[in-house]
Design a protein around this ligand. Structure first.
Ligand code: UD1
Length: 443
């Protein structure tokens, strides 16, 4: 299958209910963690998205056995047995496809005292160093963790033994927090992570590790304590938490199409940074009594007003909802401001939104957004995963038809997006690139 586009004809208010899948960022950490088990485990509610398939392949290349089944709802069920792992090297080209392959460093180091990794890939929104991960591993006794030790894009760490340490992260980093937790799980003694990230998927990975037999306390706060253990027996089932970013994307898609959507299988507290901003703008956000769904709509005659948003680590506003939220701000009355506080260069999609009629001025890490009445259909390109999701939201709200090129980037993180949106009344099709280029040539 070559590159493909999403063809979306906008203007249909989304209506109905949609179920949220398992968290991409949680399952990627959990899969790496599962490589450390001295037994088997079963993972449920695993999203059927391309990043997960890449990670499964990476784990299989190490020698792990992963049997993939599908549940009736479409999520994956994985039966994992890593006891057949026969290498400490994850250096094939697939490693560069996803950022989260860096978790294999922590997991393999813990498993075998040695790890070799090709430098990871992922969305390109500015510098994405792993210096904090390496500094922490060095503190834990790993050799080969200095930046100058990276050789031909490959880093090789060894520790004999890996020892617990006091780690202070000078920047709140999701990846470094999880990677240190992984390595510390089997290190000798106690590791403390200060200024740890608090994202929901950090808690999920810690819960999974504890189910394996790890001794981790404090995940979800800024101090995490990990008492190393020699053996991780495994033999359990674990269900991945719902995806906070997928849920937020559907909340925004419902809002920008002036629809009325109930989003099921989410954790409302995880949505609070977005829900509170949307309420402030004028939307009605209702949480159900069972605490697992949110309804989004606009009361008749309520005007939607612009606002200012600043991204920051959890519980702040998630950077992975920043592009989608800018689409929301575009359709609000007046001026709004988006301040990107996490990534250096995450406004690459703005020229694409401008082609759809947006009025946005970017200065360094700030986007000034002037409200418009509506988007217009256009041919645009998904510059990365969440940028692609933002373009989908804009296209759903637009007058006319849009083609979103490089739609494979969107499928890295959204399970069944075409079917889910269609069931809410959207007009969306997957078309192959031939159609896209024909259209482009005509334009
Ligand atoms: C994870 C998410 C990504 C999300 C990001 C922030 C995964 C697989 N990806 O990425 O979707 O956008 O959290 O919520 O979970 N930094 C350093 N040195 C390091 C590590 C990070 O300077 O060693 C900086 C980064 O350049 C960035 C900031 O810290 O400015 C936050 O990055 P981090 O939280 O580590 O992001 P990721 O874990 O890569």
């Amino acid at each position: 299958m070559g590159p493909y586009s999403y063809k979306i004809t906008g203007g249909h208010p989304l209506k109905g209910t949609v179920n949220i899948s398992g968290s991409k960022n949680a399952v990627l950490g959990v899969l790496a963690a599962s490589m450390m088990i001295d037994g088997e485990c079963t993972l449920e509610n695993v999203p059927d998205i391309s990043d997960v398939h890449v990670m499964i392949e990476l784990c299989r290349t190490l020698g792990a056995s992963i049997v993939v089944d599908k549940s009736e709802e479409g999520s994956l069920i994985l039966k994992i047995d890593p006891r057949s792992i026969n290498t400490y090297k994850a250096t094939g080209p697939a490693v560069s496809k996803i950022r989260a392959s860096y978790y294999l460093l922590g997991a393999l180091l813990a498993r075998s005292g040695k790890a070799s990794l090709r430098m990871p890939g992922g969305c390109n929104f500015g510098q994405r160093p792993i210096d904090l991960h390496l500094k922490a591993f060095a503190q834990m006794g790993a050799r080969g963790a200095r930046p100058e030790d990276i050789n031909g894009g490959i880093i090789t760490l060894s520790a004999d033994p890996l020892k617990g340490a006091r780690v202070f992260l000078d920047i709140v980093s999701v990846g470094a927090t999880i990677n240190v937790m992984l390595a510390a799980t089997k290190a000798q003694g106690m590791t403390t992570i200060n200024n740890a990230a608090k994202e929901p998927h950090i808690v999920d990975v810690a819960n999974f590790l504890n189910a394996m037999g790890a001794r981790i306390k404090g995940a979800g706060t800024d101090t995490i304590r990990i008492q190393g253990v020699p053996v991780l027996p495994g033999n359990f089932s674990y269900s991945i938490i719902p995806d906070q970013i997928e849920a937020g994307t559907y909340m925004i898609a419902a809002a920008v199409t002036d629809g009325d959507v109930t989003i099921n299988n989410l954790i409302p507290t995880h949505m609070e940074p977005l829900s509170s901003k949307m309420r402030e703008m004028g939307y009605t956000i209702e949480e159900n009594e069972d605490n697992d769904s949110i309804r989004v709509y606009r009361e008749k005659d309520v005007e939607i007003l612009g606002t200012n948003i600043k991204t920051s680590p959890y519980p702040g506003f998630p950077t992975d909802l920043q592009p989608q939220a800018v689409v929301l701000l575009c359709l609000a009355k007046g001026m709004s401001k988006m301040h990107e506080n996490v990534w250096q260069n995450r406004f690459q999609y703005v020229p694409e939104l401008t082609r759809m009629g947006a009025s946005i001025n970017c200065f360094d890490r700030v986007a000034l957004v002037s409200g418009i009445d509506s988007f217009k259909g256009a041919t645009v390109t998904a510059t990365d995963l969440r940028a692609g999701a933002a373009l989908v939201c804009a296209a759903l709200a637009a007058n006319g038809t849009s083609y979103i090129n490089h739609a494979g980037k969107i499928d890295r993180g959204y399970e069944n997006i075409v079917q889910k949106l269609r069931s809410l009344g959207a007009e969306i099709d997957r078309v192959d690139d031939a159609v896209y280029y024909e259209q482009d040539a005509e334009a």
